[in-house]
Ligand binder design. Structure first.
Ligand SMILES: [Zn+2]
Length: 210
C-alpha cells in the first residue's frame, strides 16, 4: 500500500476499531451490526470469544479441495467421494462448495459432485481455464459416468456456463447424458438461496439438454 492510500484510509485507532472494520467486511454486515457484534465479543468470556477466532483459523488451515470433486474437505477425498454408496455414474456440477451443501439438504441426490469454483464471466475476466472444467472433462472421459447434471445457478452467467459445458461434454465425451435442473429455481440468484424442497423438485424434473 502506497503512502497516498494510507492517508486516504487511516489505520484504525485501536484493536476494538480494527475488529469492527474486519466484521464490517462480512457479507450483509453494516457498521451498526459490526459494532453490536464487537461489543458482544468484548463482553463475552474470553474462551467464548476466542472460539470464533480459533474456528476461523482452523477453517483456513485445515480445509482444502478434494482431489476428486474440488469440494472443501479436511481429508484427501471428501466424505461424498469416499462413500461407496454414492452413485459414481452421476456427477452434479455446481459453482461453489456451498451449493453442494444446499443440494445435500434436499435429500434428493445420490450421485457425486464436481465443484467448478465459479462460473464463466467475460466481464469479470473468468474464462474456462480459470474454472475446474478440464478436470471435469477428464473425470467423465475416464469412464463409468452415465449422466452429468448441470446445476449452475439460474443466472445469465450460470446459463452461459451450462451451455459451454454442454458443448464441451458433447464434443469430448459423446454418449454421456447431459441434463440441466428444471426451471422453477429463483432466477438470478445463487442455488444456495433456494429452499431444499425447490432444489429437490428441480433435480427430479431435470431434462436432457441436446
Ligand atoms: Zn470429493
Amino acid at each position: 500500500m502506497g503512502k497516498r492510500a494510507r492517508e486516504a484510509e487511516p489505520e484504525p485507532a485501536d484493536s476494538f476499531e480494527r475488529l469492527i472494520r474486519e466484521l464490517e467486511k462480512l457479507p450483509g454486515i453494516g457498521r451498526r451490526s459490526a459494532e453490536r457484534m464487537a461489543y458482544h465479543l468484548l463482553a463475552a468470556p474470553t474462551p467464548e470469544a476466542m472460539a470464533l477466532a480459533v474456528a476461523i483459523r482452523d477453517v483456513k488451515k485445515n480445509l482444502h479441495p478434494c482431489v476428486e470433486c474440488g469440494d472443501l474437505t479436511e481429508k484427501e477425498r471428501c466424505a461424498i467421494c469416499a462413500d461407496p454408496r454414492r452413485e459414481a455414474g452421476t456427477i452434479c456440477v455446481v459453482e461453489w462448495p456451498r451449493e453442494v451443501r444446499a443440494i445435500e439438504k434436499s435429500g434428493e441426490y445420490r450421485g457425486r459432485y464436481h465443484v467448478l469454483m465459479g462460473r464463466l464471466s467475460p466481464l469479470a475476466g473468468v474464462e474456462p481455464d480459470d474454472l475446474r472444467i478440464g478436470s471435469l472433462v477428464e473425470r467423465v472421459r475416464s469412464g463409468g459416468v452415465q449422466e452429468v447434471v448441470l446445476a449452475t445457478s439460474p443466472t445469465v452467467e450460470g446459463d452461459a456456463t451450462a451451455a459451454y459445458l454442454r458443448g464441451r461434454l458433447k464434443d469430448e465425451t459423446p454418449g454421456v447424458a447431459v441434463t440441466r435442473l428444471a426451471r422453477g429455481l429463483p432466477a438470478g440468484s445463487d442455488l444456495s438461496f433456494a429452499q431444499a424442497g425447490t432444489i429437490g423438485e428441480a433435480l427430479k424434473g431435470r431434462k436432457e439438454v441436446k
